[in-house]
Write a protein that binds this ligand. Structure first.
Ligand SMILES: Cc1ncc(COP(=O)(O)O)c(C=O)c1O
Length: 460
């Protein structure tokens, strides 16, 4: 592509992005489309001859965009609401342009050193001790998989050579994210050796049952090796009692990993800092800036107090990757499965610098306050019930009726196009989830969405 064509197209793209984000309220949040319609509208084979960027952009606007669910919409309240903030997008664009590979310090010193700097800032803001070594992976699922691999390395150092994960047992709450089980599958622990411990009436892992399960397994000749506690569970954002779990992990010499993929970010807010109480004694912790820290997908931050064990689990240096600086630098490829690494810290650096700690706290506080306010409003409406205390920025609620009616309500909300919500099942009942997390969301967005839900409930 000649430089001039690139310049022209890039300006067009940036203009499109700026207009898109500015006018995003004009879009339906969820597309109205039948499965397969985008596939049918595009050619079955790729073009033999190249096409001008202008034509590709035209199809992007006309064909692709109508099939997009707008995660960047301020009324996208489904799953965990995320946002690609403007500064984050700038970082992401530059990251693509540079296209460096941060596998080694030498392969791009800036990628390694900026990762160390940004994760150092974030670590301080979260109140974590300096000994926590940070690394960016793509997703929390992969971060947790690395935690489980490190746990295996600690419990059974022969496993790396021998293969398998004989006799090892992993513990998490029944509310833990499915990525924990997937990690156990990947590392060879096996689903059968994942103990899902029942949660209490606040959906927190029950430490008494955890203790019993660990002791029973140990008596039966198994090796309890890893506990995953969650700070901000996916369904309901409950927080496992990490401080109670720590002594158990320590007594049995187990690796304790904290999944704070979404909720951990709240620890940036001083009055919520306590959610990471005990986490400083955990072996590792994951927090996803691509969830509630306004950083475009994907960026998952993993901290560990035991980088040497993580390194032991993964380091394998081919001759062509040896450098003269190896003894003096961090080569991030040594701390994970992947060799090639994107320059993800660049976008996080843009976000942290642009908003600053205070700016971020202000946004998080608003989200948390609006969730609390909404929960009160819902509680006051006799047609509805709040399914669990609103913690962080998520409200779980249900229409006082059948699961079928709640499912119908959710379908109607999403089909309306003004907002997007998701669901979960709590205590066997279908529950709606409204997650606030987009940087553009206002109090009005939340309250107007409630009005819309309330009106739709009248049609049930
Ligand atoms: C608590 C928790 N952990 C892990 C994950 C997985 O995150 P990722 O998509 O980054 O793998 C999620 C996703 O929502 C989550 O809520």
């Amino acid at each position: 592509m000649p430089a001039e064509e690139f310049r022209k197209s890039a300006h067009e793209v940036v203009d499109w992005i700026a207009d898109y984000l500015e006018g995003i309220r004009n879009y339906r949040v969820m597309p109205m489309m039948e499965p397969g319609s985008l596939v049918r509208s595009l050619p079955k084979s790729g073009p033999e001859q190249g096409e001008p960027a202008a034509r590709i952009l035209e199809d992007f606007r006309d064909l692709v965009i109508p099939a997009v669910n707008h995660w960047n919409h301020p009324r996208f309240f489904g799953y965990f609401s995320v946002s690609a903030s403007h500064p984050g997008i700038l970082g992401e664009m530059l990251m693509s342009a540079l296209n460096v590979n941060g596998m080694l310090w030498k392969s791009c010193p800036a990628a390694t050193e900026l990762e160390q700097v940004t994760l150092g800032w974030l670590r301080q803001w979260l109140g974590l001790p300096e000994e926590f070594f940070g690394i960016i992976y793509d997703t929390a699922s992969i971060s947790t998989m690395h935690a489980i691999a490190a746990a295996r390395e600690m419990a059974d150092p022969e496993a790396r050579q021998r293969g398998g994960a004989q006799n090892l047992v992993l513990y998490c709450s029944e509310q833990a994210h499915s990525s924990v089980e997937k990690g156990a599958i990947t590392i060879g622990v096996g689903q059968r050796n994942v103990r899902k411990i029942a949660a209490d009436d606040q959906f927190r892992l029950r430490t008494d049952l955890l203790k019993t399960a660990i002791e029973e397994d140990a008596r039966a000749g198994k090796k309890p090796f890893c506990i995953v506690a969650t700070v901000g569970t996916t369904s309901i954002t409950s927080v496992d009692p990490v401080s109670e779990i720590v002594p158990l992990a320590e007594k049995h010499g187990m690796w304790l990993h904290i999944d704070g993929a979404y909720g951990g970010t709240a620890a940036l807010v001083p009055e919520h800092r306590h959610i990471l109480d005990g986490a400083t004694r955990a072996h590792s912790l994951v927090i996803n800036p691509h969830k509630w820290l306004f950083t475009p997908q994907d960026a998952s931050v993993f901290y560990t107090r035991k980088p040497d064990i993580l390194r032991r689990a993964f380091s394998l240096v081919a001759e062509y990757l040896r450098t003269a600086e190896d003894e003096r630098v961090v080569n991030y490829m040594d701390y994970g499965v992947q060799l090639g690494r994107r320059f993800r810290s660049l976008k996080l650096w843009f976000v942290l610098r642009y908003f600053g700690r205070e700016g971020i706290i202000k946004i998080l506080r608003n989200h948390i306050a609006w969730a609390k306010e909404l929960a009160c409003v819902i509680d006051a409406d006799s047609r509805f019930e709040v399914a669990a205390p609103a913690r962080f920025s998520l409200v779980c609620f249900r229409f006082r009726g059948s699961d079928e009616q709640n499912r119908l309500l959710l379908d109607r909300i999403n089909a309306d196009g003004q907002a997007f919500l998701s669901h979960t099942v709590l205590n066997g009942r279908f529950v709606l989830r409204l997650a606030i997390g987009d940087i553009k969301t206002t109090r009005e967005d939340v309250m107007e969405t409630w009005k819309c839900i309330s009106k739709l409930a009248d049609t049930l």
